[in-house]
Design a protein around this ligand. Structure first.
Ligand SMILES: Nc1ncnc2c1ncn2[C@@H]1O[C@H](COP(=O)(O)OP(=O)(O)O)[C@@H](O)[C@H]1O
Ligand SMILES: [Mg+2]
Length: 141
């Protein structure tokens, strides 16, 4: 591993979604990443965290989420680790609304459209570990 990484161990509090979004923005702006890319990744982290807070943890702010942000070469790797009930993502995906403009079911659609890799790690025994990866554009001077 040659790049920089941040590990954040946070409570599943709705307020912390904004905190992580801002930390991600700061992290990427220190790497001279294009504003457009930062904005898209803010959407990604927002939707991914909202899903853990809302669906996995049912808005219980005493639960924990470990967020990993690591930057290597021109790629960012985001991991979200939770300790809630294991989700069956293929089942979730099969039940997503086909209309991306429908009231719910937009989060997963947004994330998948932005990132290059969206994968739940099936090796974890307890809880869930989501991996998201994206190649990023540097800002033009
Ligand atoms: N982390 C998660 N844990 C459990 N279920 C999830 C999780 N993420 C997504 N889901 C399921 O996938 C569905 C679609 O998620 P999403 O596209 O973000 O839409 P929304 O959150 O608005 O329902 C959710 O309604 C939920 O049933
Ligand atoms: Mg959602």
């Amino acid at each position: 591993m040659t790049g920089d990484s941040l590990v954040l161990n946070i409570n599943a509090d709705v307020k912390n979604i904004r905190l992580v979004r801002r930390l991600l923005r700061t992290f990427l702006s220190f790497k001279d990443i294009d504003e457009d890319e930062i904005f898209k990744l803010e959407l990604v982290i927002n939707e991914a965290l909202a899903n853990v807070v809302e669906h996995t943890y049912k808005f219980d702010p005493s639960k924990r989420i470990i967020v990993g942000l690591s930057f290597e070469g021109d790629q960012i790797h985001i991991t979200l680790r939770d300790f809630g009930e294991k989700i069956n993502f293929s089942e979730i995906e099969a039940n997503l609304p086909s209309d991306p403009l429908s009231e719910n079911g937009r989060g997963v659609y947004i994330i998948k459209n932005i990132v290059d890799e969206f994968r739940f790690d099936d090796r974890v025994k307890e809880g869930n570990l989501l991996h998201l990866k994206k190649t990023l554009k540097k800002s033009t001077p």
